[in-house]
Design a protein around this ligand. Structure first.
Ligand SMILES: Cc1cc2nc3c(=O)[nH]c(=O)nc-3n(C[C@H](O)[C@H](O)[C@H](O)COP(=O)(O)O)c2cc1C
Length: 411
């Protein structure tokens, strides 16, 4: 899928961003020749490809935009003069993220002040990067802050991306301030990147994620249920991956291990009817019910045993969900949930599917990821299952986003 089918036209009261015009060629030449502007920029930018900037503007659509590599846009100051741009930024800062007015329709004359760029689109990760460069006389007027806000809102709200990133050299404090004002966080500091110089440049990666849109009224918590008889082995490691991305998203976690003691199966005595607890109190079932009631979301991990979840875990869950569902008053309704499996070789899919049935019948929204929620055991032949871990990390993010949407509401 391509990120763009047409050139975006983005505007607020003070600036407008749109396709470059032929008359921008001469000022664009000056922009690219200004050493002050280029000192924080990579050497391989598309606008440097042709000496003749009119030719570059002509070819950009075919060579850059249509190939899906990126898009170069002009930034124009509306006719009131540069001073007003600062006003725009402070007005925007008072508003909720995403509230910048685009297509405001003001019919003001425009001054070309720089370039905005969207590049590095990754469909799988639903992510793209943004950048801009301005004539030095327009620095310090918060134009870049407005540009970042408009690009962010376009990518997140209009194009539905999950992640927008900006890559900034650590010395470029002004650009860092612009992204921070727009709610980005400095997620990866000093990552070595190729900027086209002799050596790799340590680069700060700033990230804005879609769920930042949702306000957290209180810290939410997810219960991580380790359904293995081993307290800290493969299932634990798999759940730790989910935990990390939950914690990175500001969600608290709590652990519940089912233990390695004997557990009973359900005997269909119906004692849980109207009570919501199991009549047997000599194993962890009622503790797990209490723990699930207390949290906002649940992730259950299991080792794969004969292409199914651990039998002891199933015995526990049969009773937990019988007591907690129709019989006990639908105790877990509305809590998002997901299952993950760890395995030697195969069967994760059927194990996850079986566990997901408990959620489906209990009114618990099931959180998706970008693949099946399973990972190979670190002790198996595929000791470092990078993709499996990526899927689990994404599951954690998905759970966080769902919780923030359900509980925080839109700012
Ligand atoms: C009884 C039993 C059955 C198993 N069946 C499977 C299986 O069908 N497929 C598979 O890939 N691994 C199977 N395994 C391996 C476990 O799923 C794997 O070692 C898992 O990562 C252990 O997780 P843990 O360390 O959290 O207990 C089985 C292990 C046991 C003990």
């Amino acid at each position: 899928m391509k990120l763009f089918d047409e050139y975006p036209y983005l505007e607020n009261e003070y600036i407008v961003i749109h396709k470059l015009r032929p008359e921008d060629a001469e000022p664009l030449r000056k922009l690219t020749e200004d050493p002050l502007v280029s000192r924080y920029l990579p050497t391989f930018l598309y606008e440097l490809k042709y000496e003749d900037k009119a030719l570059m503007i002509e070819r950009e659509e075919e060579e850059y935009f249509r190939t899906g590599e990126g898009i170069l846009l002009g930034i124009y100051l509306k006719g009131h003069g540069a001073g007003d741009a600062a006003g725009a930024a402070s007005a925007e800062a008072d508003q909720a993220p995403g509230s910048a007015t685009r297509r405001a329709g003001a019919d003001a004359p425009e001054t070309f002040v720089g370039l905005a760029e969207i590049y590095g689109y990754e469909e799988e990760r639903s992510k793209a990067s943004i950048g801009d460069r301005l004539f030095s006389e327009f620095w310090g007027k918060d134009i870049s802050t407005n540009v970042v806000g408009l690009l962010r809102d376009y990518l997140i709200d209009d194009r539905g991306l999950r992640i927008v990133t900006a890559h900034i050299l650590p010395d470029n404090l002004a650009s860092a301030a612009c992204v921070l004002k727009n709610g980005f966080i400095r997620k990866f500091p000093g990552v070595p990147e190729d900027w086209g110089f002799d050596e790799l440049c340590p680069t700060d990666k700033y990230v804005y994620k879609r769920y930042f849109r949702y306000k957290q009224e209180r810290k939410m918590k997810v219960l991580l249920v380790n359904g293995s008889s081993h307290e800290k082995r493969d299932t634990y490691e798999a759940l730790k991956v989910v935990e990390k991305s939950l914690n990175d998203c500001g969600i608290d976690t709590e652990w519940f291990w089912i233990g390695d003691g004997p557990v009973r199966g359900c005997i269909d005595c119906a004692s849980c009817e109207g009570v919501g607890r199991c009549v047997f109190t000599d194993d962890c079932v009622n503790d797990l019910i209490e723990a699930m009631i207390a949290v906002d979301g649940v992730i259950i991990g299991t080792p794969v045993y004969f292409c199914a979840p651990n039998g002891a875990l199933m015995a526990i869950l049969n009773r937990v969900f019988y007591a907690g569902s129709e019989y006990g008053g639908r105790l877990f309704e509305g809590k998002p949930a997901a299952a993950v499996a760890t395995m030697w070789r195969s069967g994760g899919n059927s194990a996850v599917a079986m566990l997901s049935k408990y959620f489906a019948i209990s009114g618990m929204p099931i959180i998706p990821s970008n693949y099946w929620n399973m990972v190979f055991s670190p002790r198996s032949e595929i000791a470092d299952d990078k993709f499996g871990k990526e899927v689990l990390a994404k599951l954690g993010e998905g759970m966080a986003e769902m919780l923030l949407r359900l509980n925080g509401g839109r700012q």
